[in-house]
Design a protein around this ligand. Structure first.
Ligand SMILES: NC(=O)c1ccc[n+]([C@@H]2O[C@H](COP(=O)([O-])OP(=O)(O)OC[C@H]3O[C@@H](n4cnc5c(N)ncnc54)[C@H](OP(=O)(O)O)[C@@H]3O)[C@@H](O)[C@H]2O)c1
Length: 332
């Protein structure tokens, strides 16, 4: 079935400036870590991507190793772009990829060497059959490679035209600060940082967000729904088709009875606000103006729609914030 994007795709989405750059990103971006690999239903993935774009999501986040099998999310995404985003539609997309986690055997298949980053980027471009990515990330800091080498590889990626912007992910505040300094000196300022951040994981509040503001770098939290825990997905047990039942990064044992009680209590607040828990969890992140975009995952069009609908109620009153804080303080 051929695809014609919705004409009013830009009318309902909110676009936030990414740090002090010229780029605005949608308040909600879509990641392809799960649900788009060779083990997944291609048609479902294609439907989700089309719907995302129809709802104003212009930013799609990938990495060399997304699948499973590693690399197949990029292959599938490339296929979807070729089939559905024809003509000049590529110019309406912000596509990112990353290198740093294990991808191929031997000493050059992971971490932060120039060799790894640039070879991996070439592989990603080949898999997606794209001329360039919009953002290329160092996926994680490498304690054994000089930060200068990793940042110079990002600078080369941009200067060679393989990427338009540079980003870093999973860097703590002090190493992020050093990375920003080096990139600035090289003349390729860092566009964006991608940290894990959700109600259940608030480490970025302890310094990183201040550093990002100071350097004018955007922030795109990943796993904003704590991989599905901050939704109604697990309120009545662990569904067979859920991530906790199927995948390895969220385990059914992560959903302890204390965690579940916390989720129920948060869900009760969301209901009082007339929202789903997923929507409240996203709004809770977007209330901070340092957050450029929240990077969600979705296994269905319904989940995607539900998440994007959070934009119709972005206010979150102090009384609710206090109630939420009290619940979150009970570390399970
Ligand atoms: N830089 C990094 O190191 C890093 C690491 C991890 C992720 N990321 C990026 O961040 C993206 C998002 O990560 P994530 O998938 O963990 O994000 P997430 O939004 O926290 O979790 C997504 C999962 O939550 C469930 N879900 C989503 N919306 C829902 C709704 N409205 N109602 C009920 N359940 C809902 C679905 O689980 P089910 O599958 O069970 O339906 C979905 O697969 C990734 O795709 C990737 O691009 C980056």
């Amino acid at each position: 079935m051929s695809y014609t994007p919705s004409k009013d795709r830009y009318s309902q989405m909110l676009y936030n400036r990414c740090g002090k750059s010229g780029i605005r990103l949608p308040a909600i971006s879509l990641g392809l870590w799960h649900n788009f690999g060779s083990v997944d239903d291609f048609k479902n993935g294609r439907k989700i991507i089309r719907r995302a774009f129809d709802r104003g999501i212009t930013h799609f986040d990938l990495a060399n190793n997304y699948g499973p099998d590693p690399g197949t999310a990029e292959e599938n995404f490339g296929k979807i772009v070729r089939k559905d985003f024809t003509g000049n539609l590529r110019d309406e997309l912000i596509i990112s990829s990353k290198a740093g986690y294990h991808m191929w055997p031997g000493p050059y298949g992971e971490w932060g060497s120039r060799k790894n980053l640039l070879s991996s980027l070439d592989q990603s471009l080949k898999r997606m059959q794209l001329a360039y990515v919009d953002i290329f990330y160092s996926h994680r800091p490498d304690p054994d490679t000089p930060l200068e080498e990793t940042m110079m590889a990002l600078d080369t990626a941009v200067r060679s035209g393989r990427a338009l912007y540079a980003g870093i992910s999973n860097y703590k505040a002090p190493e992020a600060k050093r990375a920003f300094e080096i990139l600035k000196q090289l003349g390729t300022p860092c566009l964006i940082h991608q940290p894990r951040y959700s109600m259940f994981d608030r480490w970025v509040e302890d310094g990183l967000l201040d550093v990002l503001e100071q350097y004018g770098v955007g922030c795109i939290p990943f796993s904003p729904l704590a991989q599905g825990m901050l939704t109604d997905r697990y309120l009545k047990g662990i569904p067979k088709d859920s991530r906790a039942a199927k995948a390895v990064f969220l385990k059914s044992t992560d959903i302890t009875s204390d965690r579940l009680q916390q989720i129920r209590d948060l869900n009760a607040i969301a209901q009082k606000r007339g929202q789903t828990l997923a929507q409240m969890a996203l709004v809770w992140l977007l209330k901070d103006k340092r957050i450029t975009s929240v990077l969600i995952g979705a296994s269905s069009v319904e989940q995607l729609d539900n998440n994007v609908d959070c934009l119709s109620n972005l206010q979150i009153e102090d009384e609710y914030l206090k109630e939420i804080d009290n619940i979150l303080r009970r570390t399970p």
